[in-house]
Write a protein that binds this ligand. Structure first.
Ligand SMILES: *Cc1c(COP(=O)(O)O)cnc(C)c1O
Length: 423
């Protein structure tokens, strides 16, 4: 792809972008009366204008109908989650029966670990990526302790080779093979939150299964960002939040994938609640848990309608745009960002992109390792209407998203960096 470092070029790309009208469907935060350059959808996606309408609809329904809202209207609260299964399945490459929306991410990770981390005899270890998101580390540590193991013994971390920032699939596979019969579970991010690296989930799942282990992914940074084919990749389970690339609001609801081979498997241990109980007899309020088939059988509580209404509105935009179209634009947008950073011509000692160069090994985010005064650069950017995020010790994460970012956003960011490094 031949990019150009000019405003005219960026604006031409925006004109030619068939997804450009989606930006108007979002509220763009303002800075001095102008749109910010919002490159932080990896942390909190922007608000779709339709979200407020969707929440208001439910508020009106609650006001007018009270408890009756559970059973009337287009989307009765009783089965509200079911309306999200189709669009969710399309985002993560699953069958509708394999997904459910409920709770929040870390809660769901624990629920999945209850069912899919079942250490036995010498098969008790979990393999994960070094430097995983802290909540995932805490979840894994507390789960292995819950089963009576020491985290130092039970958790194996795969780290980058010396002098490298990202993991090699061959290393992950080799360590899986090395631990073989001791491995109960492989559980890692689909996209590493810090480096933006996309892991080869198909290869990792295959390697885990080959040694008799199960395999699950935290897709917090993957869902709505990269192409996922969870069913075809044969992944056992996955979890994700909806407030990052899925634009469903702070602390929003979360998604879960359970492969269909477990749909009717009543032998799996699980922590049960009434909303996972067979819907047709749920209100008989009887003893004896009978799980709903599929992922729905992991639900505990009745649906959180307000965050789910936001999510439903947001997923509608993903359906309208299509994940394939979004991904195609995303590769180009991030490619443009990478081009502009290379144009800065900075030595590696000053500025380094630690995200993989191969587009298939990254999503929209590039992580910039700023060796000197990174924090200061970050703060200057923020003070000038560029919204990004900072990760200790010295990384600025930049995430242009295809739904609401423009080539001009990326160009303006490049211009700002150019001025900064020329000083
Ligand atoms: C964002 C993120 C979380 C956050 O967990 P919550 O339970 O939603 O607060 C956890 N894990 C990963 C990998 C994340 O990126």
């Amino acid at each position: 792809m031949s990019f150009q470092n000019t405003l005219a070029y960026a604006q031409e790309q925006d004109q030619a972008d068939t997804l450009r009208h989606f930006r108007e469907q979002f509220h763009i935060p303002q800075h001095n009366g102008k749109d910010t350059v919002y490159l932080c959808g990896n942390s909190l996606g922007l608000q779709p204008k339709s979200a407020r309408v969707a929440v208001e609809e439910e508020m009106v329904k609650w006001a007018e109908l009270g408890v009756e809202g559970h059973f009337v209207g287009d989307t009765p609260w009783f089965t509200y989650h079911a309306a999200l299964a189709g669009p969710t399945a399309r985002v993560v490459g699953a069958k509708p029966q394999e997904v459910v929306v409920m709770n929040q991410l870390t809660v769901n990770l624990h629920l999945m670990l209850v069912s899919f981390y079942r250490p036995q005899g010498k098969r008790f270890k979990i393999l994960t990526e070094a430097g995983a998101f802290p909540s995932d580390q805490y979840a894994l540590e507390s789960q292995v302790k819950f089963h009576g193991y020491a985290p130092e013994e039970a958790i194996i971390e795969v780290a980058p080779r010396a002098g490298e920032h990202t993991l090699r699939t061959e290393d992950i596979v080799q360590i899986i093979q090395q631990h073989g019969e001791e491995l109960a579970l492989v559980m890692m991010g689909g996209v590493n939150y810090y480096t933006g690296q996309v892991f080869d989930m198909a290869a990792i799942t295959q390697a885990a299964h080959a040694v008799g282990a199960l395999c699950g992914f935290d897709l917090a940074h993957a869902a709505g960002n990269v192409t996922l084919r969870l069913h075809d990749w044969d992944v056992d389970f996955a979890v994700w939040c909806t407030y990052k690339y899925l634009n469903s609001g702070p602390g929003g609801t979360s998604g879960v994938f359970v492969h269909e081979r477990y749909a009717e498997d009543a032998s799996l241990p699980r922590f049960a609640g009434w909303w996972g109980h067979d819907q047709s007899v749920r209100f008989q309020m009887k003893k004896g848990f009978i799980p709903m088939p599929g992922a729905e059988g992991w639900q505990l509580s009745n649906s959180q309608i307000l965050p789910m209404a936001v999510h439903k509105a947001s997923l509608q935009l993903f359906d309208e745009a299509g994940m394939n179209n979004l991904r195609a634009k995303s590769e180009k947008l991030t490619g443009y960002l990478e081009f502009l950073i290379k144009e800065l011509n900075q030595p590696k000692e000053a500025l380094e992109v630690i995200t993989p160069e191969d587009p298939s090994a990254r999503g929209c985010q590039l992580s910039l390792l700023v060796h000197q005064n990174g924090r200061q650069l970050f703060e200057t950017l923020m003070a000038n209407g560029f919204i990004l995020d900072w990760r200790e010790p010295n990384v600025i994460r930049v995430a242009p998203t295809p739904l609401y970012n423009t080539f001009e956003d990326v160009y303006r960011f490049g211009q700002f960096l150019a001025a900064h490094f020329q000083k």
